[in-house]
Design a protein around this ligand. Structure first.
Ligand SMILES: [Zn+2]
Length: 286
């Protein structure tokens, strides 16, 4: 499932391609035809993400999209050529003279008014990619819950945007046992996890790939600081994962392999329907 950084990158991309001008909207598949007609010819004001939710604001209403497990919404430059003929289950196509964006397979695609948008946002926890986010709101939802931190980090009403890869990796980075209950988690541990997510997620946005290993994070941060990520960001259409860095993790999908920190075996377990990966040695229960 796309994690929050993917949706933020998508919002940036849609904004660069469409904001400030009118857009042609259509639903070649037919399932969103009436709504697409309402958007057709309207001006895109802004595209933004809150966690895994995408909001594209038009003058009178807002397009709300959640990609779910298999959805995709690539934004491609036309380069002076006409767009390719729509094929398959294409829910929504946005088009202008320079770009085409094709939405397929979302679990949510709907038009909302402002109160409806507000109510979705109110139900979400703080998003580490939002500079104005208040981590106390998440802490208030963690510290009283007798659920594991592994579950709480993925609960979008606690924290918006974190998915399975980031939760496994960030718990490993902070040597935190994933089965620690919210009521048992130390405030300092939560503060370090939040601060780390605030550092890590923008790298995910910039490179369209999740980076959590210290060597890759350090190199990525240098590239962000000197602006050399700009061409990577501009060339990414969102069709595939970024490829600047080798796809490597400490624990995610590494069952049976050695933990890069201590050499002991990485384990896995199904928790609330998603596979959790952790090192039972350096993420020991205290
Ligand atoms: Zn270890």
């Amino acid at each position: 499932m796309p994690e929050g950084h993917t949706i933020h990158a998508l919002a940036d991309r849609l904004g660069r391609a469409f904001a400030g001008g009118p857009v042609e909207a259509s639903s070649p598949q037919g399932r969103f035809s009436d709504e697409a007609k309402r958007l057709d010819g309207e001006v895109v004001q802004l595209a933004r993400a809150v966690g895994k939710h995408l909001f594209v604001e038009f003058p009178d209403e807002t397009l709300h999209v959640h990609l779910g497990l298999i959805g995709s919404f690539p934004v491609k430059p036309l380069g002076g050529r006409p767009p390719v003929e729509p094929r398959g289950a294409l829910r929504l196509r946005l088009l202008n003279d320079d770009f085409v964006a094709d939405l397929r397979g979302p679990i949510t695609c709907e038009l909302l008014d402002d109160p409806q948008v507000s109510s979705i946002e109110a139900a979400l926890g703080p998003d580490p990619l939002d500079p104005a986010a208040d981590p106390e709101r998440a802490w208030d939802r963690i510290r009283l819950r007798r659920k594991t931190i592994a579950e709480l980090l993925m609960d979008q009403s606690v924290l918006a945007g974190v998915g399975n890869v980031y939760r496994c990796e960030v718990l490993h980075r902070h040597r935190t046992n994933p089965f620690t209950l919210g009521t048992q988690l130390k405030r300092g541990t939560w503060e370090r996890i939040w601060a780390d997510l605030v550092d890590l997620l923008p790298l995910g946005v910039a490179f369209s790939q999740i980076l959590t290993l210290d060597d890759q994070v350090a190199e990525a941060q240098l590239m962000v600081a000197d602006g050399s990520t700009e061409p990577i960001i501009r060339e990414s259409t969102g069709e595939r994962l970024g490829g600047h860095f080798e796809r490597r993790f400490a624990v995610y999908q590494r069952t049976g392999l050695a933990c890069p920190r201590c050499g002991k075996t990485v384990r896995d377990k199904d928790v609330a329907g998603r596979r959790l990966y952790w090192c039972a040695n350096c993420q020991r229960r205290h």
